[in-house]
Design a protein around this ligand. Structure first.
Ligand code: FES
Length: 149
């Protein structure tokens, strides 16, 4: 695989026209993650009302696949309960984008971890225990410790 031909039309669409870029004022949770290997970073904001994620926005400094997966994950979480959002895997994000080249799958993991980090922050702000996700052994490994706003 080489060039843009290895990317689906959906990936290219979300890369060139990303949805939900920006910040949320008074967010319910903010997730900050980074990949120490490539140096890409992702910040994801969620707004929760009741138990529903009513809005999600992101800022990503990263590769095209990182931008496309950030865009898609914000689309996928909107309208979902927090509990259902926790079940969104990087594979689901990649599938929703029509697939990613194997070498770019780690970019979708960054999106999953950004979401998980934002939900963790939401539970922390609520003073509630952070639920464990049993099959996500690798989650948190890329979390950054820069201060959240
Ligand atoms: Fe770093 Fe894509 S190359 S997230």
């Amino acid at each position: 695989m080489n060039g843009t031909s290895s990317y689906s039309a959906k990936v290219m669409d979300h890369f060139t026209n990303p949805r939900n870029v920006g910040e949320i004022e008074n967010p319910s949770g903010v997730g900050n993650v980074g990949n120490p290997v490539c140096g890409d970073i992702m910040r994801l904001y969620i707004k929760v009302e009741g138990d529903i994620i009513i809005d999600a926005k992101f800022k990503t400094f990263g590769c095209g696949a990182a931008i496309a997966t950030s865009s898609m994950v914000t689309e996928l979480v909107k309208g979902k309960t927090v509990e259902d959002a926790l079940k969104i895997s990087n594979k689901a994000v990649a599938e929703a984008l029509g697939g990613l080249p194997p070498i770019k799958m780690h970019c979708s993991l960054l999106a999953e971890e950004a979401l998980r980090s934002a939900i963790d922050d939401y539970f922390k702000r609520q003073g509630k225990p952070i639920p464990q996700s049993p099959d996500k052994k690798d989650a948190h490994k890329n979390h950054l410790d820069f201060t959240q706003d």
